[in-house]
Each structure stands twice: as structure tokens, then as C-alpha cells.
Design a protein around this ligand. Sequence first.
Ligand SMILES: CSC[C@H]1O[C@H](OP(=O)(O)O)[C@H](O)[C@@H]1O
Ligand SMILES: Nc1ncnc2[nH]cnc12
Length: 294
Amino acid sequence: MTKRMIGVIGGSGVYDIDGLEGAEWREVDTPFGAPSDAILTGTLAGMPMAFLPRHGRGHVHSPSSVPYRANIDALKRLGVTDVVSASACGSFREDMAPGDFVILDQYVDRTFQREKSFFGPGCVAHVSVAHPTCARLGAACAEAAEGAGSRVHRGGTYLAMEGPQFSTLAESKLYREVWNCDVIGMTGMPEAKLAREAELCYASVAMITDYDSWHPDHGEVDVTAIIATLMGNAARAKDMLRALPGHLEGGAAPCPHGCERALEYAILTAPEARDAAMLEKLDAVAGRVLNKAD
Ligand SMILES: CSC[C@H]1O[C@H](OP(=O)(O)O)[C@H](O)[C@@H]1O
Ligand SMILES: Nc1ncnc2[nH]cnc12
């Protein structure tokens, strides 16, 4: 049985985590370039953890320039089995209020300026993202967040937009009234798709900072107001992360949703037609299936 290791990708306002024993910032190189920053590793309540600030310390990456592939590859390379993503978002629902956390279970991906797959010419793969998040890991996050004092919504659809500008009023109304999305952000995709390709359990905790621009009583998005709410959210996210090991088993029993076997039948390129350089790049992400005797 693989030992479980939690990877945390922190969004705006979450640039480190507290309480890690043996904490060390480690540089990790990947075939997909450098991740957003060095990765903080250590143990929390006996559970190995690796933390990566999505935008880098000092917030240097925009949502479009975050090296999503390198981030997921680097976590996989370090031995991470489960990724918890924390990110700020706007809300399309009156009852999903600023300060609340939503454990996402669906996405509408409207991003268009990002590398979305580890695979491509020389090694083509198609994984299912019908259910892009891991319900087991999401439930543990929900319990930990509630225990740490947050109001949690279990399940929600996230509209991933390219940004960096916020939405127009017409877009906000479209996503809310026609597409029935619950929250909106700029960084949830392609992160979730890449985690699935890398056979990682992935849960996303979307922390609401605002009502986007649709709400008649709240006006348009105001980044100063967002940052004030975000600071409180980030503090409770760190409390959630400290509590998380208590809600997970240490030995990673096979994921009941099959996250760690997502590539089992996904690679279509015939073994003799695969590109050697491409296979080398995929050593961490897809080594489990590529190194099997055919
Ligand atoms: C601070 S508002 C915009 C910023 O926050 C959201 O996500 P993340 O927490 O990952 O940074 C949004 O998608 C933008 O990146
Ligand atoms: N309203 C919003 N739209 C997109 N990303 C966000 N992040 C936080 N609030 C957001």
C-alpha cells in the first residue's frame, strides 16, 4: 500500500502553511519547466505534506502564467498522492456567501491560453474528467474545514475563466442564470484535469470572497474588498489544513473512485509508435502505466 502524502496548492493569500515539522523549501525541476516556486515539505500530525504557492511567494504568476503542468508534475515527483487545492472565488448564489467554503465537484472550463495536457504527439491519452474531483478527499476537507469553524457547501460547479480581468455583467449573468454555475475563478483549470492525468486524488476548496458582479446589492467586484475577505478565508484555510490529517487514513487505501488508476486504459498510442523523448518527459506522471510490460 502506498503511503499517503498530501500536496497543497495555495491560491491568493495562501503562500505558506503553519505547523509543518521538519519544514524545508525544496527546489524541484520538472520536464515541463519550473513550478511556481520551491515546495515546502515536512510532516503534519505524522502525515507527509508538500505545499506549493500557486502564484509563487510574492504573487508573481498571473492565472494565465501559472505553470500548471510543472506544478502537478513536481508534486507527483515528490511522492504526493492527494492534492488539495485552495483558491479564492466569486459566488453566483445568494446562499453561498463571502467567507463560505465550497467543496467543488464540477467545472465549466472556459480557459483558452494554457497547456491543458501532459500528453500529445508521440503519446496520446484521453482520461475521463466526468467527475473531476475525488469525493473521498473532498469529504475529508469538508470535515476539517467545518471543524475549523468554516461554513461549508458540499458540491458546487466552478466556472474557470481566463482572466485576469473579472467578468462583464453580461458574462456574470450568463454563467449564473443560463449555465447554472455556482462560483467563478481563474485558476481551477487546467489544474484539476492535469491532476487526473497524473492519477492524483484532487479536491478543491473554493473560498468565496465576493458576489462577482451580478448581485444588485453588492455592485461590481472590488479587489480591495476581495483582499479583506481573502485574509480571513486564508487563515481558516490554514486551520483546515492543520486539521486535515486527522480526517485521513495514513496508508493510502486504494481510492474508491479510481483516481490513482485514471490512465489504466487511457493511452492510445501503440507502444511501438511512442516517442522516446515524450516518454521520458512522462516518467513521473505516467510511469506507472508506461513502464508496465505490454
Ligand atoms: C484575488 S482575486 C483573483 C485571484 O484569486 C483567484 O484564485 P487563486 O486563489 O488561485 O489565486 C482567482 O482565480 C484569481 O487568481
Ligand atoms: N469574482 C471573481 N471572478 C474571478 N475570480 C475570482 N476570484 C475571486 N473572486 C473572483
